[in-house]
Design a protein. Structure first.
Length: 104
């Protein structure tokens, strides 16, 4: 059974729904160097998992998901689809596009 946080969006198979982390704009390092927002464009994205599908089938058996609702994840920059639900932006991506779970 798919798990979510009350979101009206149910991911299918091995897909997850992620609420993107807020973008910060330009950053200033302790050394005083300012890194503009455009410098971070090619880095992986981050977000919090808000819904998880049931997993995909392989050889007739369901493969369980390894990420769960509430996990903070790092994922490929171009490996997701953007959707808006109730005015909020979310990303839908396959679990295979998740690079790492943060803080686990």
């Amino acid at each position: 059974m798919a798990k979510s946080t009350g979101l009206s969006l149910k991911p299918l198979g091995d897909r997850i729904v992620v609420a993107p982390a807020k973008q910060e704009g330009e950053r200033k390092l302790a050394s005083g160097i300012i890194i503009p927002e455009t410098a971070d464009k090619e880095k992986p994205e981050q977000g919090k998992v808000v819904a998880v599908g049931e997993g995909k089938y392989e050889d007739g058996k369901r493969v369980p998901m390894t990420v769960k609702v509430g996990d903070s994840v790092l994922f490929s920059k171009y490996g997701y689809d953007e959707v808006k639900v109730d005015g909020e932006e979310y990303y839908i991506l396959s679990e295979s596009n998740v690079l790492a779970v943060i803080g686990k």
